[in-house]
Design a protein around this ligand. Structure first.
Ligand code: PMP
Length: 355
């Protein structure tokens, strides 16, 4: 048995893989593959409609917010956001809380002024900055809710009067949140929502249409809204997998149900780490992520040994990102508690052997 702790693309529910593979051969008994149906057919419209309706329901979105499925990964949103929302003479506020946030900052600077309100780069992003001030005249404030590489997660929504924008790529729909507080949310699908190749974007309509630069149609959120996410040929299969994954989450009981499971998985792993001195979590306790758990060992030989044990026991994707080293264990929605239990049992045995 394989336990997939990859950071993304990552584990999806088994029933999603099964349904998606059947649909490649024969979509819903039509004799057609999902890969060969036109994106403007009623067959595909059903898929988009269900994906959008389910996502809206799970997020409890109000009617001021539009939901889109757009091409490209979250990295496209790093520049699409400022292109649509930041005039050249204006300032956007950004939090520098991790490598992905830093990349978003770099792209925003191409379109206007950027004020970095705080940074945790001084300690390799192992904590989240606190007590910063968001300027009231900023066009918007951008932050990353969960830092996938460093393993930190913002546990509350910042208080500000300026439009809030969040990159939720690695924790969207993993916990209950007031999604309506955001002016714009984006998330690459390949962790909690579905297959790589598509972004889910939520945007409050009133923030659009205020920049003076001309926008290419494919970059203009308003054009995508008007076209119902079908401005051009969308990533049909990726959207189909999103629909299946969202349907799975709804059937499971929605966001509060998955949050309860995610809390148990994270508690089990962090409790184990805190109990066993051979492992050392790298992140400030109050900022720990429930999606990506990052830890190291003080002895590199032991790290290699433990990694080999993980491999021998069917655990994949536990090697840490090169920026931090050590280990990173991702606990996205589809990760079963039983796999986390198997990992913690291995950690206990390893610690006992090395004591
Ligand atoms: N933001 C976050 C928080 C991420 O984790 C990632 C990818 N892991 C990205 C942005 C970039 O996403 P993509 O590779 O889909 O462009």
């Amino acid at each position: 048995m394989v336990h997939n702790f990859n950071a993304g693309p990552s584990i999806l529910p088994k029933e999603v893989f099964e349904q998606a593979s059947r649909a490649i051969v024969d979509y819903n008994g039509t004799g057609l593959s999902i890969l060969e149906i036109g994106h403007r057919t009623a067959l595909f419209q059903e898929v988009v409609d269900e994906a959008m309706a389910t996502a809206r329901e799970l997020m409890k979105l109000d009617s001021d917010h539009e939901l889109l499925f757009l091409h490209g990964g979250a990295s496209t949103q790093f520049f699409q956001v400022p292109m649509n929302l930041l005039n050249e003479q204006d300032t956007a506020a950004y939090l520098d809380g991790g490598v992905w946030g830093k990349k978003a900052i770099k792209e925003a600077k191409l379109f206007g002024k950027v004020e970095v309100v705080a940074s945790s780069k001084d300690r390799n992003y192992s904590y989240l900055p606190k007590g910063y001030r968001i300027p009231e005249n900023a066009s918007y404030f951008h932050y990353t809710t969960n830092n996938t590489i460093e393993g930190t997660q913002m546990h509350s929504i910042p208080e500000t009067a300026v439009p809030l924008i969040a990159d939720m790529s690695s924790d969207i729909l993993s916990r209950v949140m007031d999604f309506n507080r955001f002016a714009l949310i984006y998330a690459g699908a390949q962790k909690n929502i579905g297959a790589a190749g598509v972004n889910m974007v939520v945007v409050r309509k009133d923030i659009l249409g205020h920049v003076s630069r001309p926008l290419p149609s494919m970059m203009d959120y308003r054009e995508h809204i008007a076209a119902g996410s079908l401005l051009n040929t969308p990533p049909v299969f990726a959207i189909y997998v999103c629909m299946l994954t969202l349907r799975w989450l709804k059937q499971l009981g929605g966001v509060s149900a998955i949050e309860a499971i995610n809390d148990r998985k994270a508690a089990l792993l962090y409790d184990t780490l805190d109990r066993l001195p051979v492992f050392r979590p790298t992140v400030a306790k109050e900022d720990r992520s429930k999606m990506n758990v990052v830890f190291v060992m003080d002895d590199e030989t032991l790290e290699k040994e433990f990694l080999a044990e993980c491999k021998a026991n069917g655990m994949v994707g536990v090697k840490g990102h090169r920026n931090v080293g050590g280990f990173r264990v991702s606990l996205y929605n589809a990760m079963p508690l039983s796999s986390v239990r198997t990992l913690t049992e291995l950690m206990n045995e390893f610690a006992l052997k090395k004591a």
